[in-house]
Design a protein around this ligand. Sequence first.
Ligand code: NAP
Length: 289
Amino acid sequence: MKVIVTGADGQLGRELARLAEGSECEFVFATHAELDVNSPRSVASFLDAHPADVIINCAAYTAVDRAESDATAALKVNVEGVANLAREAAERDITLVHISTDYVFDGSARVPYTEADATSPQSVYGETKRQGEREMQSAGCRGIIIRTSWLYSAEGHNFVRSIAAKAQTESELRVVADQWGTPTWAADLAVAILHILPQLRGRDLRGEVFHYADEGETSWWEFADTIVGMMRSECMVLPITTAERPTAARRPEYSVLDKTKIKAWFGVDVPDWEVSLERCLRQMNVYKD
Ligand SMILES: NC(=O)c1ccc[n+]([C@@H]2O[C@H](COP(=O)([O-])OP(=O)(O)OC[C@H]3O[C@@H](n4cnc5c(N)ncnc54)[C@H](OP(=O)(O)O)[C@@H]3O)[C@@H](O)[C@H]2O)c1
């Protein structure tokens, strides 16, 4: 099976590259410079040069706050980019695995969101990701959409790296305690995707949505406190409210994803978020026994 990964320099793309070494599939990793999903010509010529069975779309505009004042740029990647990939995938009978987000939900629930729950994004980023899902579904190509949440890894811009860096230089951090969700190690999502890939062959799925996040739920404050605790840092993590730390984009208060469907359909194993956090911090060489 030949697999193209777009946005290969991002968190998820890099984790897929790490795991691909032991895989039976033949991978082509395309960075933004090599394959610009915004450009129909770039997509078509890349696919001409690299005929593939599957595209894993890790390309995205992920700057949630910046998107509020830069909606055109977010729209180009998260909506038009997905449409470009989905159209080519439909024409060439390529299976598209597209990644979406918990931010398509408004956060008013208090039990984990299932794939059947209504979406109602509260931010430009969330809205563009929802529209991207719809572009893929209306193109009618083979493939699935996997929504995930609070993604982090040992590389790139993410909450874990930012808290770990501050824990080494600051004595006190203030982190919002009234937004609930589940941190997801990008390596776990990559494992899940590679586990699912061979199973897509025999099924005619077209834009079916699945949820994948690590197991459990927490707040950003508890997440930060756990990072600092695992590092044995003296830094204090103080809980604050969202109102005390206004951001350009509104985030869901609660965005825990229900993983029942992905486990039942594909037999995906889901590690506990704290177990995976420890593994990531060890990879970063900041975990202290
Ligand atoms: N990060 C999270 O907390 C989170 C949470 C839920 C869902 N997700 C979703 O999970 C997926 C993977 O996220 P991630 O954290 O791995 O993202 P990321 O680290 O921000 O990586 C995104 C990659 O996409 C590339 N890209 C941007 N515009 C592109 C274009 N026009 N053509 C091709 N590549 C382009 C970026 O390259 P440049 O940097 O060079 O532009 C970057 O390498 C995304 O769909 C995201 O929406 C993320």
